[in-house]
Design a binder for this molecule. Structure first.
Ligand code: C2E
Ligand code: MG
Ligand code: MG
Ligand code: MG
Length: 295
């Protein structure tokens, strides 16, 4: 009897594994089709200077415009894409599209320094032998200013193969590209290792930022992170900034930049351009190229 019960459990287990495998394959083939049909799209969330409230650049965020299900978050399909390897062509598309957009905006909205474009990387992209070559090709093809491209990686990506990652990051730096550490504070990276990486920017994870005025613990952690970053010559972006109270504290902590719903949600191209245009109206030092023709 015990045996029969055991077998029944295995059958249930098998069946569930089978269902998961089918779901994975199904999503993989849907994602493949989506890439072919051009259903992916990028949103752009402004990153704002806390000194003067100006847009310093954007983070490109992936969206899947599903024909029947509507807009799907990357959190829902990136794990599968990572597992099946489809993240590689998707990631390549993201990089190229974001660089193209950055180049267009840099031409249309002259700013000094030029607008930056932050692009999220996945672990498999970093471990791909052709990664550096692909980035070089995209830089050439899109003619974006390399120093305005910021590649974002997470602590766990940096820690998974430290030797390889360090070499790769120094190569990217040598190409003039900037590097950001995303979701900082949620991983388990060794500070001594991090301090040896050529990282330009720490992005403090939303979990430390939200409600920081109500949590003296978060406030102390934030203060320590900002101090650490500045000691290592890094700038700080506070992710997920949603309230004026948070902004006041972040300014007081000398955090350089903020990104979050308080300023802007991730925007489509037209809305991002409207935000840039509005900023230009308020600022005489920056000029728009097409209006410069009339002068
Ligand atoms: P992330 O890189 O940390 O991006 C920030 C996420 O926080 C975005 O979620 C953004 O919409 C959200 N966010 C920004 N401000 C606020 C706020 O004030 N409040 C709240 N609650 N959320 C805010 P999103 O777009 O859903 O992206 C989720 C994650 O998916 C990203 O986290 C990133 O890790 C990954 N991802 C997005 N696009 C790409 C991509 O092109 N490639 C790769 N490899 N990963 C991507
Ligand atoms: Mg990011
Ligand atoms: Mg983040
Ligand atoms: Mg994140």
């Amino acid at each position: 009897r015990a045996k029969a019960g055991g077998r029944a459990r295995w059958e249930v287990f098998d069946q569930r594994m089978g269902e998961q495998a089918v779901a994975l394959l199904q999503l993989d083939s849907e994602l493949r089709d989506a890439l072919g049909r051009g259903e992916f799209r990028l949103c752009y969330q402004p990153i704002v200077s806390l000194q003067n409230g100006k847009i310093q650049g954007f983070e490109a965020l992936l969206r899947w415009e599903h024909p029947s299900k509507g807009c799907i978050s990357p959190l829902e399909f990136l794990p599968t894409a990572e597992e099946t390897g489809l993240i590689l062509p998707i990631g390549q598309w993201v990089l190229e599209e974001a660089c193209l957009q950055a180049q267009r905006w840099q031409q249309a909205f002259l700013m000094d320094p030029p607008l930056t474009m932050s692009v999220n990387l996945s672990a498999s992209q970093l471990s791909q032998p052709e990664f550096i070559e692909q980035v070089k090709r995209v830089l050439q093809k899109t003619a974006v200013v390399p120093s305005s491209l910021k590649l974002e990686l997470t602590e766990s990506m940096a820690m998974s193969d430290p030797e390889h990652t360090a070499r790769l990051l120094f190569e990217l730096k040598a190409m003039g590209i900037q590097l950001s550490l995303d979701d900082f504070g949620t991983g388990y990276s060794s500070l001594s290792y991090l301090s040896r990486l050529p990282i330009d920017t720490l992005k403090i994870d939303r979990s430390f930022v939200s409600g920081l005025e109500k949590s003296s613990e978060n406030l102390r952690i934030l203060e320590a992170i900002v101090t650490l970053a500045h000691t290592l010559n890094m700038e700080v972006v506070a992710e997920g900034t949603e309230t004026i109270e948070e902004v006041i504290y972040l300014k007081r902590l000398n955090c350089e930049y903020a990104q979050g719903y308080f300023f802007f949600k991730p925007l489509g191209v037209a809305d991002a351009e409207a935000a840039l245009r509005q900023q230009l109206h308020q600022d005489g030092r920056t000029r728009r190229l097409d209006s410069a023709e009339c002068a």
